[in-house]
Design a protein around this ligand. Structure first.
Ligand code: ATP
Ligand SMILES: Nc1ccn([C@H]2C[C@H](O)[C@@H](COP(=O)(O)O)O2)c(=O)n1
Length: 231
């Protein structure tokens, strides 16, 4: 039997990482943040002073970059060229450049191959990203597409950064989310898209725990074996 895959896709800041980690923990599954892999690749490209607008140069650099992901949902790790980049990949410079790097086909080929290797070596896994249900794991028995209003997404992200009360920060965050969504959903290779058989879940008015409960319920319905003592 191939490992069970739960695919979580959706726009920036819709709650994919927080939901996926908690669902994986509840169900005793591994967890892979594919956005962190694209961010790590971007960090390493920037470290090499490569112009992210130059797709050929990005592809050339990407061929040499080594990305490693740890899949424990309670302590996920991300390493680029032997460096722990969990902190640096959340910095604004990486956030601003990641959509440019992610649209280079050679980058996607490398990372999708790594993601499929990670699935194959797992005993069941929750993956989150932009193309999990459409490209990385099209046969996943459960695909979710998380959405939330831009205002809610920006407010949540600003709260996480301790800036919820700073209107200019919330506004800039909303603009940054929308800019990334626009690039991610219009690129030629595997754009952000809802798979035809994905279930759309609007989290705007749901708490994180409510979202997690719903995803766990859908997972156990789709794969009854997941409903063992661990859940
Ligand atoms: N349903 C929810 N209710 C309230 N806050 C939430 C909810 N879901 C997620 N959050 C919060 O919103 C923020 C963004 O969530 P998260 O990082 O999981 O989104 P994401 O889709 O993985 O984002 P990105 O695509 O940028 O990586 C976090 O601070 C998280 O705790
Ligand atoms: N499967 C994926 C995951 C991520 N990306 C790109 C597009 C995002 O803007 C960026 C960062 O992802 P995040 O950390 O915000 O989830 O990575 C992608 O193209 N495909």
């Amino acid at each position: 039997m191939p490992p069970v895959v739960i695919a979580l896709d959706g726009p920036s800041g819709s709650g994919k990482s927080s939901t996926a980690r908690k669902v994986a923990t509840r169900l005793g599954l591994a967890y892979l943040d594919t956005g962190a892999m694209y961010r790590a690749m971007t960090w390493a490209v920037l470290e090499r002073d490569v112009d992210v607008e130059d797709a050929e140069a990005v592809a050339e650099a990407a061929a040499e970059i080594v990305i490693e992901s740890g899949t424990d949902p309670q302590a996920p790790t991300i390493i680029a060229d032997g460096v722990d980049v969990a902190g640096p990949i959340r910095e604004q410079a990486v956030t601003d450049a990641v959509s440019q790097v992610s649209r280079v086909p050679a980058v996607r080929e490398r990372l999708v191959a790594l993601q499929r290797q990670t699935i194959a070596s797992s005993d069941g896994i929750v993956l989150e990203g932009r193309d999990i249900g459409t490209v990385v794991a099209p046969d996943a028995p459960l695909k979710l597409y998380l959405v939330a209003d831009t205002a809610a997404r920006a407010a949540r992200r600003a709260a996480e950064e301790g800036q919820a009360e700073v209107a200019a920060h919330v506004e800039a965050t909303a603009a940054s989310l929308q800019r990334r969504d626009a690039i991610d959903s219009t690129r030629t290779t595997s754009p952000l898209a809802k798979a035809d058989d994905a279930i759309e879940l609007d989290t705007t008015h749901l708490t994180l725990d409510e979202v997690v409960d719903e995803v766990v319920r859908l997972a156990v319905k789709a794969v009854p074996d997941l409903g063992g003592p661990a859940s």
